[in-house]
Design a binder for this molecule. Structure first.
Ligand code: ADP
Ligand code: TRP
Length: 334
């Protein structure tokens, strides 16, 4: 079993990123036994598909690295690195460009969603993004890839590329990876609109809990979160058609390790005036230690860069045999 996942280092980390991605990684890391290792990386080579200035990019990588460590990724147990420090990713992606088909990439819904009507004006990088993602995964013979629902199609593409390469070149080089999609597929919604995803790109800061928000800011955002005038129902079935209530109760349940049914049972018949302070408290208790570690780590760029350097050295060593075998299978002298 080899676990691998990546996240784009984009600024402004929020509760959605934590509950939807980072926390699952920490869990998987903590469940590993023996010598089994997880590989977690910052997909900075993928992030070139979004225009960003040099300084901001550098900051984003350090922010995300600090957030992962603060949330519990242990760089001594897991391999934590950024893609750009391991050139094997870009190299294998180029080799796989010979295998991936334009027709396959044309079917990628994320590409279609991101370009909208302006397909001609989109970068080539955005189009071949899933090929680099396949390279990320296949380089390390990852078997389990924890991702959100939206990445399922990219994982299928990685499997198709792996199978075609193996068959075209008559090798059994690449392992076919399986996506690991959390059952309670945590989709955290905006605090201002229960039908929109909590996102860093929402213009209203009140719509999200940032990882850097202090206790007062968290309490205030919870207090001001949109709700409805009804009391909490007896069971989670009563949350249908109440997206804001559903979201807040889901967050409370996730953070306190219980179920929405149990939360409803606890607060049945009470209004949000009673529920919100309790929610604020679990949020503060969960996020405070992460924020404190994050802010501390963020004061020392050199220490963060050292963590990433060490991770990159381990990753490069793990990737090298696969990369060499891929060149060799294709008859490319290296
Ligand atoms: P954003 O939507 O803020 O731009 P990204 O698209 O950069 O966030 O997502 C980074 C990671 O965080 C991805 O793994 C994504 O699935 C997860 N994620 C982002 N927003 C949410 C959310 N509201 N609920 C659950 N997971 C989320
Ligand atoms: N595309 C993924 C996302 O947007 C990030 C990613 C890049 C990734 N390479 C990966 C995830 C490899 C899993 C495995 O969330």
């Amino acid at each position: 079993m080899r676990v691998l996942s990546g996240i784009q280092p984009t600024g402004n980390l929020h509760l959605g990123n934590y509950l939807g991605a980072i926390r699952n990684w920490v869990r998987m890391q903590d469940e590993m036994t023996g010598d089994a290792q997880c590989f977690f990386f910052l997909a900075d080579m993928h992030s070139i598909t979004v225009h960003e200035g040099r300084e901001q990019r550098i900051r984003n990588v350090r922010d995300m690295a600090a957030a992962l460590v603060a949330a519990g990724i242990d760089p001594d147990r897991s391999v934590l690195f950024n893609q750009a420090r391991v050139p094997a990713h870009a190299e294998l992606a180029w080799l796989l460009n010979g295998t991936a088909r334009i027709g396959w990439l044309n079917r990628m819904t994320q590409f279609k969603d991101k370009v909208g009507k302006d397909r001609e004006g989109a970068s080539i990088g955005l189009f071949v993004y899933p090929v680099l993602q396949a390279a990320d995964i296949l380089l390390y013979n990852a078997t389990h890839v924890p991702v959100g629902e939206d990445q399922k199609q990219h994982l299928e593409l990685a499997r198709d590329i792996a199978a075609k390469f193996n068959s075209d070149f008559g090798v059994e080089l690449f392992t076919l990876p399986d996506p690991i999609i959390p059952k309670e597929s945590a989709r955290i919604m905006s605090f201002r609109d229960g039908s929109a995803k909590m996102s860093k790109s929402d213009p209203s800061d009140m719509s999200r809990i940032n990882l850097t928000d202090d206790d007062d800011a968290i309490m205030n955002k919870v207090k001001k979160a949109k709700t409805d005038p009804e009391p909490l129902p007896e069971t989670a079935a009563g949350l249908v058609g109440r997206p804001e209530a559903h979201n807040l109760i889901g967050i409370y349940a996730t953070l306190s390790g219980t179920t929405p049914d149990a939360v409803c049972a606890e607060f049945a018949g009470k209004g949000f005036g009673a529920f919100k302070p309790a929610l604020g408290e679990v949020l503060v208790d969960t996020l405070r230690p992460i924020r404190q570690r994050f802010l501390e780590l963020r004061t020392d760029d050199a220490a963060l860069d050292a963590i990433l350097d060490k991770g990159a050295a381990k990753a490069a060593a793990a990737a090298e045999p696969t990369l060499r075998a891929a060149y060799d299978a294709m008859g490319l002298m290296r």
